[in-house]
Ligand binder design. Structure first.
Ligand SMILES: Cc1ncc(COP(=O)(O)O)c(C=O)c1O
Length: 394
């Protein structure tokens, strides 16, 4: 008897996600096939996780190899794949040390604790973030932990958070002077906040201010990292390096893995016992992560992402010329593109789905395209033709 997966989901799983009516049977490359045999072009790649598409053959091979070696081990032992990945990340970014976590939110939590330790030594406290920023959803699991040894004097929910309205270096300097925060944290391209690109000018200006006031610069590349924007990490478009770099999503080659890289000059704030987790770093996710980075760098994927960005933006601009009442701002970097939908955004996702394309909307009316980086021109053409059809049909 055929099982009604949607009804079973509703019966057994809490309804925290607004799901699309697609029960996935199989996924390969740029496509997802459902249990009814419908094949969809996937333009959001597991929310920016499946960097190289679904079931990449080289990653499957790596998965098999590492699974035959060892799967989970504890942090009491040295973990070769995790060391390999850390070495690769440092080689490709800046000199420093890594703490591994299992997800984006856990990476943010690690950074909050780290910043606190730094702040104590520098008589600073709290973090400046942008209005509309997104850094994760955990409430501070630590607050629920009642062991002095683990709680130490880390802040839980009462950490000070200061909001920066927009890219305003004067306001930032005023906050640094008056509030004495320990860090500035931001996404170089807002993901959930509507695909807003933070300018190089602001990032480089913020670096100068952070140095002047002894504030840590923490860049959240959980969504923008691992090649998404056409550089391995988006900060590499600028001439600065951050003090703390957060990563997750694509870094585990499709498996849960996250973490932070802290610059060598501040790499002494975590001591044994200051932070930890049972599962991270998964040796299998680490092996897949390293392989993913190697493939990105060896197969010219960053250059391809830059080429596809231009191709997609040009096509979208052409479409906007035809339909100026439907399409507004077109923005983003690499394969992280936002399209402002000026009319009928409510049903748009479903209309695309009925035409076998899976897209995602964020911040209400921003169509967010975050496909796998293996996307080809043909996929973009299919998307544009379908978009045009949907607009014409009204
Ligand atoms: C920039 C950014 N930070 C943090 C997170 C949280 O990551 P996770 O959902 O893995 O906890 C996300 C997830 O979308 C994100 O885009």
């Amino acid at each position: 008897m055929k099982r009604d997966w949607i009804a079973l989901d509703q019966q057994y799983i809490l309804p925290t996600y607004g799901r699309m009516p697609v029960v996935v049977e199989k996924a390969e490359g740029m496509y997802i096939t459902d249990t009814d045999g419908n094949k969809y072009l996937d333009l959001f790649s597991g929310l920016a996780v499946n960097i190289l598409g679904h079931c990449h053959p080289q990653l499957l091979k790596e998965l098999e190899n590492q699974s035959h070696g060892f799967g989970h081990i504890s942090n009491f032992f040295y973990n070769k794949p995790a060391i390999d990945l850390a070495e690769k990340l440092v080689e490709e970014t800046f000199v420093g040390k890594i703490f591994y976590a299992n997800s984006g939110a856990e990476s943010t939590e690690a950074a909050i604790k780290y910043v606190h330790k730094y702040g104590k030594e520098h008589d600073r406290e709290g973090i400046v973030v942008f209005k509309n920023s997104f850094h994760g959803r955990t409430l501070g699991a630590l607050k629920m932990t009642r062991m002095e040894k683990i709680q130490q004097d880390f802040p839980t929910l009462d950490i000070s958070v200061y909001e920066l309205e927009k890219e305003d270096l004067q306001q930032l300097e005023k906050l640094f002077k008056e509030k004495k925060p320990a860090a500035l944290m931001f996404e170089p391209v807002f993901g959930s906040g509507g695909v807003q690109v933070i300018s190089t000018e602001f990032i480089e200006g913020a670096r100068v201010l952070c140095d002047t006031y002894n504030v840590l610069l923490c860049i959240d590349e959980i969504q923008t990292g691992v090649g998404r924007t056409g550089e391995l990490f988006a900060y590499q478009y600028t001439n600065i390096t951050p003090d703390i770099l957060l990563f997750a999503k694509g870094i585990g080659g499709g498996l849960p893995l996250g973490g932070m890289l802290v610059a060598e000059k501040i790499a002494h704030y975590f001591k044994p016992g200051d932070h930890g987790t049972t599962f991270a770093p998964s040796p299998i996710a680490s092996a897949l992560g390293r392989k993913t980075i190697e493939i990105i760098l060896q197969e010219g994927i960053l250059e391809k992402v830059q080429e596809m960005e231009k191709y997609l933006k040009d096509k979208l601009k052409n479409l906007r010329q035809q339909y100026p009442k439907n399409i507004g701002d077109i923005r983003g970097k690499g394969m992280m593109i936002g399209v402002e939908i000026l009319q009928n955004h409510e049903g748009l996702k479903d209309k695309f789905m009925k035409k076998n394309i899976l897209v995602n909307l964020t911040s209400g009316n921003i169509l967010r395209l975050i496909p796998a980086l293996i996307i080809e021109k043909q996929h973009i053409d299919d998307f544009i033709d379908t978009f045009s059809e949907i607009i014409t049909e009204g």
